[in-house]
Design a protein around this ligand. Structure first.
Ligand code: ZN
Length: 328
């Protein structure tokens, strides 16, 4: 099945509780034993999980099973992955890569610390892969993280899954005739976000700075901030062109124009909330003005919703931390 079709369905179906699970990788494993088809928005039916594969360019593939999107460079120099899915997906991901003729995974680049993007790092590291990430991603993975929004903690990641090569602002890898640039502009989704650009294939992986057809989850506990999204996305928009395939952390691939529309949506909502904060409006008043109104049809497809996004923007701009949680 064409991945964009599968992912579009995913973004409406499994994304119902999409981002809650990133703080509960441990509980996903135990929930799977009780056989729910979908927990917290992610499929946990590991045995029957299918990996959707799509060729984006010669030697460059998009793979998706349950968690975040994975991009793979496959060629004579070995295999590089951008993001590695949940730990439980590793065997199926490896099978899918082998069907594509992939050699050993030599590098895994993690776009940020959340376990739906880093869970299978350990499996590839054990087989010899270098795990690459922004330095704050490694620090986050070493600590217990708490999300006030979801009211959940995530334990430190297993030591074998930690990045073994970190960078501050940028790092370039040359592999399979490709120039693969990872860069960090400033905190947005988390303080350890990396954007990964395949120059020749003209493919860019945004991590969760861009989630297509979803409102973003701003990980305030990991120093994420709404005002970081704009310089990061603007840097991406400057680097790419109308032919670039933009891979979001979740959801179907997008064009430059679709990424720009996402950025403009974020900015419109941010400005509406900021204007009301300047007028000393309360959060209740701001919520009742419904700052996301015309966007909800496209983006309010999971538990974050228009109100959740508004509350995160409000907290990001005011520095307040509220005991507000999305309805379950
Ligand atoms: Zn994330």
């Amino acid at each position: 099945m064409n991945l964009s079709v599968a992912s579009k369905r995913n973004s409406l179906f499994t994304a119902s509780l999409l981002l809650a699970a990133i703080f509960s990788s441990g509980s996903i494993a135990s929930a799977a034993a009780q056989q729910p088809r979908v927990a917290d928005g992610f499929s946990t039916d590991w045995a029957n999980l299918k990996i959707d594969v799509r060729e984006l360019a010669p030697h460059v593939y998009l793979l998706h099973g349950s968690g975040g999107n994975t991009v793979a460079s496959i060629g004579p120099d070995g295999t590089l992955l951008v993001d590695s899915e949940f730990a439980q997906v590793a065997p199926k991901l490896t099978d899918a890569l082998q069907k594509l003729g992939a050699g050993p995974v030599r590098y895994v680049v993690s776009t940020h610390y959340h376990s739906d993007h880093t869970g299978a790092n350990a499996a590839y590291h054990k087989d010899g892969a270098v795990i690459v990430a922004q330095e704050n991603c490694r620090l986050r993975m070493m600590q217990t993280q708490f999300s006030q929004f979801w009211n959940r903690s995530s334990p430190p990641a297993p030591a074998e899954s930690l990045p073994t090569l970190t960078f501050d602002r940028k790092l370039t890898l040359f592999l399979n005739g490709e120039e693969i640039g990872a860069f960090h502009n400033q905190p947005a989704h988390t303080d350890g976000d990396a954007i990964v650009y395949f120059h020749h294939a003209n493919v860019i992986h945004m991590g969760d700075v861009f989630v297509n057809n979803l409102y973003p989850y701003i990980d305030l506990g990991a120093k994420g901030r709404i005002d970081g999204y704009f310089p990061v996305i603007d840097e991406v928009l400057e680097r790419i062109d109308d032919h670039t395939q933009v891979v979001p952390g979740h959801g179907p691939i997008a064009t430059k124009q679709e990424l720009k529309a996402y950025r403009d949506m974020l900015h419109t909502v941010r400005d509406r909330v900021a204007a009301q904060i300047a007028q000393n409006k309360s959060l209740e008043e701001i919520l009742s003005s419904h700052p996301t109104r015309e966007f909800d049809r496209q983006y309010a497809t999971d538990r974050v919703g228009g109100d959740g996004f508004t509350v995160m923007v409000y907290q990001s701009l005011t520095g307040k931390r509220l005991d507000w949680h999305p309805a379950s």
